[in-house]
Write a protein that binds this ligand. Structure first.
Ligand code: HEM
Length: 136
């Protein structure tokens, strides 16, 4: 069954629904019963009976043995009065292959329907050392 979430309804959605939207259980286990620390075999569930086809984890990383070319790091915050959210960061060598490719798969899907994006930016992070500076 496809997961459904309306804007700002996340907090009132059941845990079951939230887990379907994410494609991962709160206790860290995978919907197909695979334990924490192991990788689910999404290909064995082509119709999305256990892990919905439009769930976040499944769309973001359809092949758990071949993860997309980005390192996501989310920081959640709650300043009270409903001012809560996540500062989503991701690191990649190539924006189109990293964020661009994954975001294209996530657009308009289950988790995106719960999101309200309020800002964003791209930043250049130099590699360690000074090899990137042309001193010639
Ligand atoms: C409200 C925004 C978001 C939330 C709450 C969120 C949350 C999560 C969670 C809980 C996981 C599972 C982590 C795990 O099981 O270990 C995950 C995985 C992932 N997310 Fe997001 N995410 C968000 C937005 C995004 C965006 C915008 C992108 C990229 C465009 C993205 C890319 C990924 C990728 C690639 C994975 C799989 C990484 C891996 O399993 O190593 N996420 N996300």
């Amino acid at each position: 069954m496809a997961a459904v979430c309306q804007p700002v309804s996340w907090d009132t959605d059941s845990v079951d629904e939230q887990e379907r939207i994410m494609g991962r259980r709160r206790d860290g286990e995978w919907p197909d019963g695979v334990l924490v620390g192991e990788e689910p075999n999404l290909a064995a569930d082509p119709k999305g009976r256990r892990t919905p086809l439009d769930s976040h984890v499944r769309l973001a990383a359809p092949d758990r043995r071949n993860l997309p070319q980005l390192v996501p790091r989310g920081y959640s915050y709650d300043r009270g009065g409903g001012d809560a959210g996540i500062i989503f960061n991701c690191y990649q060598r190539d924006l189109a292959e990293g964020f661009g490719a994954v975001q294209k798969r996530l657009e308009g899907k289950a988790l995106a329907k719960c999101q309200l994006t309020t800002g964003g930016g791209d930043f250049f992070v130099p590699p360690p050392g000074d090899a990137w500076i042309d001193t010639s």
